[in-house]
Design a protein around this ligand. Structure first.
Ligand code: SF4
Length: 346
């Protein structure tokens, strides 16, 4: 049982059930949020820590196994080991305004998008709230350099479809947003989904006012079905209705991700279709040069095609940027590093 899975109120109950004074809960919660193992919790008596261990509790849910640092831009790629031996990965990107961590929400993914390494093995399992929070806590500890908090922004864009693990992901959001914890504002959190529409409505109804990012990658169902199998269940029109609902409820502008794939979705006609689809929608489009994944065999659109695509969107007054490639020298695409790491162990 991982203590990082629990809210402050739940920790308080555990502490009281063990016959300890209430104030120990605050101390324990603070140590957990700092990424401390039991041995590092200097203000807590050994007898209390022994009781926790006897009950089968562990402090940190994940452990950093390896870190790769980009020589180009300082981006760090993390490999984490979970308690059951599974391996997941994450990224820390350093920007002028702060540090953004990209977290995984599942081991593998069942959505099987045509360009993605994470879906190659299917879904292995969901991550618990503490395993998602553990990534933030561990990387925060690794990068604090004297500051209270190194992480300013979180993007749920690593391996896994966050809305396919709804309960654990939303508990993680509550935990990371908690004033008693890392206290990271919803405004600084982005959740990227391939378009699980029923859960987009639920996210809005449950009051999560984060930046919703839609992995769209095609402006029509025909093209999108060849890239993203989820399109068979939720059509582009369903996604547009769901994001309108999300915007009306939260007032947050929607971000659309569009990976530029050579010969698939990168021509002028598609740019025109995308412009029509997004007309009047409070949206921003990120055009992403595709990261090459050997097993998938798809290549990025050319620089010229990406630039022309952006010009069409701009002409149609759609806000749009081309995503800067970060950490290109250390295995770019999500899921790639994990697979490489697993192969090394074979
Ligand atoms: S792009 Fe996202 S939803 Fe699609 S397979 Fe990869 S991790 Fe899953």
């Amino acid at each position: 049982m991982q203590l990082l899975d629990y809210t402050f109120e739940e920790i308080e109950k555990i502490v009281l059930d063990l016959g300890e004074p209430r104030f120990r809960a605050k101390q324990l919660f603070e140590w957990l949020t700092k990424g401390a193992e039991f041995e590092e919790m200097k203000t807590l008596p050994k007898s209390f820590l022994d009781k926790l261990k006897e009950k089968g509790y562990t402090a940190q849910a994940i452990h950093i196994e390896d870190v790769l640092v980009s020589k180009l831009d300082g981006t760090k790629k993390y490999i984490y080991r979970l308690e059951d031996g599974n391996i997941i990965e994450g990224v820390l990107m350093k920007y002028k305004y702060g540090n953004t961590i990209c977290v995984s929400t599942q081991v593998g993914c069942r959505m099987n998008c045509a360009f993605c390494a994470s879906g190659l093995d299917g879904l292995i399992r969901n991550l618990t709230p503490g395993e998602i929070l553990g990534q933030v806590v561990a990387v925060n500890k690794d990068n604090k350099e004297g500051k209270d908090r190194a992480i300013t922004n979180i993007v749920l864009m690593g391996s896994g479809e966050p809305l396919d693990n709804y309960d654990n992901v939303t508990k993680f959001l509550d935990l990371v947003n908690s004033e008693k914890g890392l206290n990271i504002s919803m405004r600084n959190i982005s959740l990227s989904t391939c378009g699980v529409c029923d859960k987009i409505y639920k996210l809005a109804d449950d009051g999560f006012t984060l930046t919703l990012t839609i992995s769209l990658h095609a402006p029509d169902n025909e093209t999108r079905e060849t890239i993203m199998p989820i399109t068979k269940k939720f059509k582009v029109e369903d996604i547009m209705k769901a994001v309108k609902y999300y915007f009306d409820k939260t007032g947050r502008r929607i971000v659309f991700e569009y990976s530029m794939i050579n010969g698939k979705n990168d021509n002028v006609e598609e740019a025109q279709k995308l412009s029509r689809l997004l007309r009047g929608v409070p949206a921003h489009v990120n055009l992403i040069p595709l990261n090459y994944v050997k097993e998938r065999g798809l290549h990025s659109a050319s620089k010229d095609n990406i630039k022309t695509f952006m010009d069409v969107l701009n002409k149609n007054k759609i806000s749009c940027t081309i995503r800067r490639t970060m950490g290109a020298d250390i295995e770019g695409a999500c899921g790639q590093l994990r697979r490489k790491y697993l192969k090394m162990g074979e």
